[in-house]
Design a protein around this ligand. Structure first.
Ligand code: THU
Length: 148
């Protein structure tokens, strides 16, 4: 019996360079200005670096039906995926707060699909920042490998 091998593009890839980090942070800060968040008034911007070296940004987009609100991280990731990107190397989240904000659980799962080894960086309006990785944020993740 022949078994089909399903392979997903999950190579870790190089760490983002200082110049790429600056680009990502700038894009995340700019994206937050476009946040549509009239209900929470919590503005979030995100930017992701893909394996192609491109940067995709997104903001949170809320809805009068609150459960349909979409986080900035997922807006950025779905935009990249719709452009054909399949590997995320880094995610930067910006919030205009004193403390940095890390991606919510749903976004961690979505990052895992395309960036199981992604670097995750949170920046805010103070000098505080967090830098971690997706496996730290979502250990023992369920992902494409479980369906292969
Ligand atoms: N939100 C994000 O966009 N990203 C996060 O990492 C945390 C939460 C959004 C969702 C909602 O629009 C608002 O922030 C309050 O939860």
């Amino acid at each position: 019996r022949t078994r089909t091998t399903v392979s997903f593009p999950t190579q870790p890839g190089p760490m983002p360079t200082p110049a790429q980090r600056r680009r990502l942070e700038h894009a995340a800060r700019a994206a937050a200005k476009k946040s549509y968040s009239p209900y929470s008034e919590f503005r979030v911007g995100a930017a992701i670096l893909t394996e192609s070296g491109r940067v995709y940004a997104g903001c949170n987009v809320e809805n009068a039906s609150y459960g349909l609100c979409n986080c900035a991280e997922r807006t950025a990731i779905f935009t990249a995926a719709a452009e054909g990107e399949r590997q995320i190397r880094a995610v930067v989240v910006y919030t205009p707060t004193k403390q940095p904000t890390l991606p919510c659980g749903a976004c961690r799962q979505v990052i895992n699909e395309f960036g199981p080894d992604a670097v995750v960086i949170s920046v805010c309006d103070s000098d505080r920042r967090l830098e971690t990785t997706l496996p730290e944020l979502l250990p023992h993740a369920f992902g494409p490998k479980d369906l292969a």
